[in-house]
Design a protein around this ligand. Sequence first.
Ligand code: G3H
Ligand code: 13P
Ligand code: ZN
Length: 328
Amino acid sequence: ARITLRQLLDHAAEHGYGVPAFNINNMEQGLAIMEAAAAVDAPVILQASRGARSYANDIMLAKMIDALEQMYPQIPLCMHQDHGNEEATCATAIKYGFTSVMMDGSLKADAKSAADYEYNVDITRRVVDMAHWVGASVEGELGVLGSLEHGGGEQEDGHGIEGPVSHDQLLTDPDQAVDFVRATKVDALAIAMGTSHGAYKFSRKPDGDILAMKVVEEIHRRLPNTHLVMHGSSSVPQHLQDEFNKFGGEMPQTWGVPVEEIVRGIKHGVRKVNIDTDCRLAMTAVFRKIATSNRSEFDPRKFLKPAMDAMRDLCRERFEQFGTAGNA
Ligand code: G3H
Ligand code: 13P
Ligand code: ZN
């Protein structure tokens, strides 16, 4: 059954669990997530980026979600737009059956600029007005995702921020978070605490200097009723890096967000945890393995089915670790 992000995260807050939001681009990822959810009775958030929508086509994606819902009627399912960049992206997502949208007004944000803060508030509030009229939820974002370790902001389109940027300018400011939530009425707030998208988040196991979970705690203390969202929350597990590299991959050693840090966040108001990279890596490590170890194989299903199984196992693990299991 399809539910909104607000309905799901209210339940998660009441029962003290977090919900992984897995990115979906194709049938195999959809099946993997739903199989995992059904195995452990977990509600799901499927999220599609703009890239996913153009890769799969909106009609295909919408029908795929309908099919997954029909296959798993017992699983509460929230369909979410990941990183909407403008009002039209959010409006068309809702038209295609998404029950939740992210209006990422921080995509454009220069951490230092008051004008960009006003832009973020204005556009997010307009999307909230529109979405709430038709019963959809909205996630906003405040702060700049990017590595504290490298001392520079990474805008989410991959371009760096000009000039030196201090820690404080990257991390979400708790005072501003209070103002932003009040002004926009968002259902969930994505905050910046030192994570970044992709596999290369940290060049060592992160400590409090580079992964600022204290910011999460402080914002939760100030906004106890706001559902917090962590982006860039892949853990980039060592065993997947090893498997990928064992079969000809060339991924330099990297560290993601340790699961125990996410679990700590969940104790402090984090309710939605975005994961894409781990799913990609779980699948492509299997592709590499089969391509290398069975060189005569050319049936795509012989690659895709075991890749799907690997992604399913990863999703199931996160449902269990975040306490999502048993809450469908
Ligand atoms: O926000 C990043 C997600 O991992 C989606 O990535 O834009 O390549 O689909 P994408
Ligand atoms: P990862 O790259 O860490 O999986 O983050 C995904 C994300 O934040 C999608 O919005
Ligand atoms: Zn993200």
